[in-house]
Design a protein around this ligand. Structure first.
Ligand code: AGP
Length: 608
């Protein structure tokens, strides 16, 4: 994902910017760039590629200067290329601007600026901001920054410099995170704490719609109305120790809380949420090839397999595409009928899982087409498949996968929509889904804010020795994923089932001692789910229901309710898993378990 670094002080800016870019690299990127103020001009160097290839080409003499900005870009609007890399120039080069996030109304703004005679040199939404800033600038950087907040829609973090202000950086934050690092006679701007390590003593977290004017010996912060604020900086020592966990007690909790932003960036990067158009030009299959497929096999293990299950159901329900999820270790060379009309999608956070790698090799040996839904493009599986849908979920440290799971579901949903577009396009449905996806990050945020509900349930169930999780339709894999989270980190035995399977055996387990978690939010499956819940109640079972806000009937049936906002049934699994992640986390915490590194488990399983 994109990253921002800015520096103003007494030292040469270029080495600081290059180091910042290196520190931001873990987020994944496809191009990078810097701009440095020198002799009255902003000197920009940028291109696609890794910093290791680019930095040697940036001449420290030509770029000698003490104020500049740097950026790592992960392409959303326009392919990775020199013109599309950041910094983007505004006006006639008097502005250099770097940007994280998405400007949702970029096309309208671009048309308006073009009508006023502005010539664009990139396909990016960022360039719109650079020109807006240049046109609004009359010597006052705050006024120009306010114009970005007034005109831009979406989530964006921006660092910008103007030719006429040699030692000044301006930072603007809406939605996407942005920090100001305070040092000794030098200050920095960064999108990630990691980029400030070793340079800043204190850090200032910009609030929503705030503007910072950063100079070597001063930092001023303003709100969107231009009123001066007096925010408090926190010492870096202490934060640094906790750097990886971002202030949370565990990586798992931090990673759960990253989901709204990760989902927003993935979805908005791949789907024009305003117009419902997909951006998947980097993936290999054409419309004709999608139509020519007889089947899609999705392969993965553990959490990734649950994502495959959702992906397969979604392809069937939404695109009428025959699809199935197969545990990668069961996908053996020679035992699966394959051919060029079969697409095998390998789903893996690490991209290194041996079982999944072998499944891809089996697919290749059978002449099938291959795609990877991965969090690491440069991985063993990434190098084997024809194309990679890079989830860009960021580093996941907690062994129990959380943000990678919701990112997998989002990626598979987008792939499903791609199949729909080729096989049975339906503009109305796309608009409906785009609306639901636009609201999803906020819905996930709402669910995450309800940790107290999960704590109350955890208090009640933490001594249980067995639990059941039930879901139907697209939420059947959510039930399995909820159970996996619980058993992985709390060591409570938990089983997930499609609820229809209950009467065929598992109901024999139901008793006062076995809590049953049931998912009952999705329109078409809710009523049948509530019927299953009544069967559990009739046998004295304790019921914990994941239900929609305002669903009074569900509330009456359950001992505990974990509430989530209502959403489109196809999108619900991306939201419904959140309270189950929280429940597993709170239960494991009560039981004093090692949450980030549960016993016997490895983050990446590179053996069969
Ligand atoms: C999930 O919480 C587990 N850590 C595990 O099931 C994991 O999803 C599985 O091993 C697959 O890993 P991968 O996504 O890296 O391929």
């Amino acid at each position: 994902m994109c990253g921002i670094i800015g520096y103003t002080g007494r030292s040469q800016a270029l080495p600081v910017l290059i180091q910042g870019i290196r520190l931001l690299s873990y987020r994944g990127y496809d191009s990078a760039g810097v701009s440095v103020w020198r002799d009255g001009e902003l000197r920009v160097r940028k291109d696609k590629g890794r910093i290791e290839e680019l930095a040697p080409r940036w001449d420290p003499e030509e770029l000698a200067g003490t104020t500049g900005v740097g950026h790592t870009r992960w392409a959303t609007h326009g392919a990775p290329s020199q013109p599309n890399a950041h910094p983007q120039a505004g006006g006639a080069g008097e502005v250099a601007l770097v940007h994280n996030g998405i400007v949702e109304n970029d096309l309208a703004l671009r048309e308006e600026l073009e009508a006023e005679g502005v010539r664009f040199s990139s396909e990016t939404d960022t360039e719109v901001l650079a020109h807006l800033y240049a046109r609004a600038f009359r010597g006052d950087p705050v006024a120009a920054a306010r114009e970005l907040l007034r005109r831009g829609r979406g989530a964006f973090a921006v660092a910008v410099q103007h030719r006429s202000l040699p030692d000044t950086l301006v930072a603007v934050r809406r939605g996407s995170p942005l920090l100001v690092g305070l040092g000794v006679r030098e200050n920095l701007v960064a999108s990630d704490l990691r980029a400030l390590v070793g340079r800043a003593d204190r850090v200032l977290v910009l609030g929503e719609d705030e503007i910072a004017v950063v100079r070597p010996e001063s930092v001023e912060v303003y709100d969107a109305a231009g009123r001066a604020l007096e925010p408090t900086a926190r010492p870096m020592a202490g934060i640094e120790q906790d750097l990886g966990k971002g202030g949370h007690a565990h990586y798992m909790l931090k990673e759960m809380h990253e989901q709204p932003e990760r989902l927003y960036e993935l979805l908005a990067g791949r789907l024009d949420l305003a117009r419902g158009r997909l951006r998947l030009d980097d993936l290999p299959l054409s419309d004709r090839e999608w139509r020519g497929l007889s089947r899609v096999d999705l392969v993965g293990c553990g959490t990734a397999y649950h994502a495959c299950w959702y992906g397969a159901r979604f392809l069937e329900v939404a695109a009428g595409m025959p699809a199935r999820a197969v545990m990668a270790h069961e996908y053996e060379r020679g035992s699966v009928p394959l051919g060029p009309d079969v697409l095998v999608v390998a789903v893996s956070q690490s991209g290194e899982t041996m079982d999944t790698k072998l499944a891809v090799e089996a697919a290749r040996a059978g002449q099938a087409r291959t795609l990877g839904v991965l969090n690491q493009r440069e991985s063993v599986i990434g190098r084997l498949v024809e194309g990679v849908f890079d989830m860009h979920a960021g580093l996941e440290v907690g062994v129990a996968s959380t943000k990678a799971y919701t990112s997998m579901l989002a990626a598979l949903l987008i792939l499903g929509l791609r199949a729909c577009g080729a096989r049975q396009p339906d503009a109305g449905r796309m608009t409906e889904l785009a609306d639901a996806l636009r609201a999803l990050p906020d819905h996930v945020r709402t669910a995450l804010a309800r940790g107290a509900e999960a704590q109350a349930v955890a208090r009640d169930i933490h001594r249980a020795s067995t639990m059941l999780y039930l879901g139907r339709g697209l939420d059947a894999p959510t039930a399995l994923e909820g159970a996996l989270k619980m058993k992985e980190i709390s060591y409570i035995h938990a089983e997930g089932y499609p609820a229809g399977e209950m009467k065929h055996g598992p109901i024999a387990l139901v008793s006062k001692e076995v809590p049953v978690v049931a998912l009952a939010t999705q329109g078409p499956w809710r009523d049948r789910m509530l019927a299953n819940v009544r069967e559990v109640r009739a046998r004295d079972g304790e019921v914990i229901l994941v239900a929609n806000d305002g669903d009074a009937e569900a509330g009456r049936l359950a001992d505990f309710v974990l509430r989530v906002p209502a959403t489109h049934p196809w999108v619900a699994p991306l939201l419904n898993v959140v309270p189950l992640q929280l429940l597993a986390y709170e239960t494991a915490k009560r039981r004093g378990c090692d949450i980030d590194q549960p016993r016997n488990l490895a983050k990446t399983v590179t053996v069969q």
